[in-house]
Write a protein that binds this ligand. Structure first.
Ligand SMILES: N[C@@H]1[C@@H](O)[C@H](O)[C@@H](COP(=O)(O)O)O[C@@H]1O
Length: 233
């Protein structure tokens, strides 16, 4: 893994943006995208650039079950606000959290991923080492599936909701197997709360107990970490 140490989230977002830019110069046209506070600076750099993404495709990692794209807490809404409303893409995919048949939606999303192989996948990391919404214990062979979120994840994400009871307890997520099929992966982690997960991911054993550790088995990963996230290394 290529470990890129930066001062803060702003510099990290800039580095990630440069990797995206170089990727595009080398033919990348399908991007696996992530939500959360971590990639926000990268999206800002994309939005304020003069780049055109109108022939690019995006495939997002995950969505809360029960939230519709107009809901301000949905990941579809987040993506529209932070990127797509400013920089239109040719096509943007996010799992449908309101699908009546969630199993069928998982199958449909696997077809989307198969039809749009990801050139560059952007990831954040949860405090417990989750990627996307693949919580500890998820099989490395998983494809798109419905997950019951752990208490740690619900608590970490409650800051976006009025009260903790409003945080959905289930989500649809791309599986680890699909994430690992991306040609290139950029994982960003900023802040002290991520330090233990970052240490486990980089220095621990490869184990389903810490999903991000699977990235040790991928041959093209850039890990962008700030000083606080690197503080346990
Ligand atoms: N499903 C998302 C992940 O994709 C994200 O990496 C994680 C960390 O979020 P943040 O970047 O806000 O710390 O939160 C959520 O669980």
């Amino acid at each position: 893994m290529d470990i890129i140490r930066v001062k803060n989230a702003d510099e990290g977002g800039q580095k990630a943006f440069e990797i995206i830019k170089n990727g595009i110069a080398n033919g990348a046209d399908t991007f696996g995208l992530a939500t959360g506070s971590t990639p926000e600076t990268m999206y800002s750099y994309m939005v304020s650039s003069d780049m055109d993404f109108s022939d690019k495709v995006s495939v997002n990692l995950d969505e809360y079950v029960g939230l519709d794209g107009n809901d301000e807490q949905s990941y579809r809404y987040f993506m529209n606000q932070h990127l797509f409303n400013h920089k239109p893409f040719k096509k943007t995919y996010v799992p449908d959290g309101k699908a009546e048949d969630l199993d069928a939606e998982c199958k449909r999303y696997d077809d989307v991923i198969a039809d749009n192989p990801i050139d560059i996948q952007v990831l954040g990391i949860g405090q417990n080492g989750h990627i996307g919404f693949n919580e500890p214990g998820t099989s490395f062979d998983a494809t798109t599936h419905v997950v019951e979120l752990t208490e740690s994840t619900v608590n970490a994400n409650k800051r976006y909701f009025d009260k903790v009871e409003d945080v959905p307890t289930r989500a649809l997520t791309m599986g680890i197997r699909s994430i690992m099929q991306s040609k290139k992966i950029i994982l960003m982690a900023f802040g002290k709360a991520k330090a233990d997960a970052v240490k486990g991911m980089l220095e621990g054993e490869v184990t389903e107990d810490l999903p991000a550790s699977v990235l040790q088995n991928h041959n093209d990963v850039a890990v962008i970490i700030d000083e606080e996230a690197a503080s346990q290394l």
